[in-house]
Design a protein around this ligand. Structure first.
Ligand code: PGA
Length: 246
């Protein structure tokens, strides 16, 4: 088994700055970098720092390709809770030069969602591999929207969200009933094809999941545990989770 690199970066702010800097370095090194991007609360400050770093370093983003992990089914690209809007508001709108043709998120409002999943996976295969994939982790150990018991062989597909995920994400919506019950998500096998993965977690609600990911069995009941099999994963933690998992 390969040991994952785990670093204690004290808190959310320092961790976010680190993750943003790693992305920036990769983008400077390779102007047509393929980035695997994530959303959620975890990445808010990462994108704040990254968009600022892109501007002050005058990085040309015109050739950067991006693939987001997931999107809610039923939400259009201009729906204010969609991950399309999240990405525009948190990152893409802050820099000149992003080429919208090279920014990819699954279309949650596609008329044929099964076909959309096939197309997304195919595009990921054609354009990839992803150079750096960033990941958060769910309290239940999900990565992307690959909920417990997702197959390690899974690729982009329609997934049912668990009550735990619906509940965790409900504070972004007016009420819990408004949270979509399904999403399109890159699969675990799709994620594992990335050349490098950086998983970032902070806050006490993530400590059990991270502890199991690092030290537990490799099992589909904790999807993030598959990362123990990836040769190039960095896990960035706050002090609390780091201490708990060591
Ligand atoms: P969060 O979600 O960043 O909103 O905590 C992370 C995840 O569920 O992967």
């Amino acid at each position: 088994m390969i040991k994952m690199d785990v670093i204690n970066l004290k808190n959310r702010t320092v961790g976010s700055q680190y993750v943003a800097t790693e992305l920036l370095k990769q983008m400077k090194r390779k102007p047509d970098t393929v980035l695997g991007l994530a959303t959620g609360n975890t990445m808010i400050e990462v994108y704040e720092h990254l968009s600022e770093l892109i501007n002050i370093n005058q990085v040309d983003v015109a050739q950067i390709r991006t693939f987001n992990l997931d999107e809610y089914i039923g939400l259009s690209a201009d729906h204010h809770q969609s991950y399309h809007v999240y990405m525009n508001e948190r990152l893409f709108d802050h820099n000149k030069g992003w080429n919208k043709d090279q920014i990819h998120l699954p279309a949650g409002d596609a008329s044929d969602v099964e076909q959309e999943c096939l197309n997304y996976e195919q595009l990921l295969n054609e354009v990839g591999p992803v150079d750096i994939q960033i990941l958060g982790i769910g309290e239940n150990g999900h990565i992307g929207f690959n909920e417990p018991d997702s197959s390690f062989e899974s690729v982009t597909r329609v997934v049912d969200l668990t009550p735990s995920t619906i509940n965790a994400n409900s504070h972004y919506f007016d009420n819990v009933e408004d949270v979509p019950k399904q999403a399109i998500s890159m699969g675990l096998a799709s994620i594992m094809r990335a050349k490098k993965i950086i998983l970032f977690a902070f806050g006490s609600n993530k400590k059990e999941a991270v502890q199991q990911m690092l030290n537990g069995d490799i099992t589909e009941s904790l999807p993030a545990s598959i990362l123990q099999r990836h040769p190039n994963v960095e896990v960035v933690l706050d002090d609390e989770i780091y201490r708990f998992s060591n």
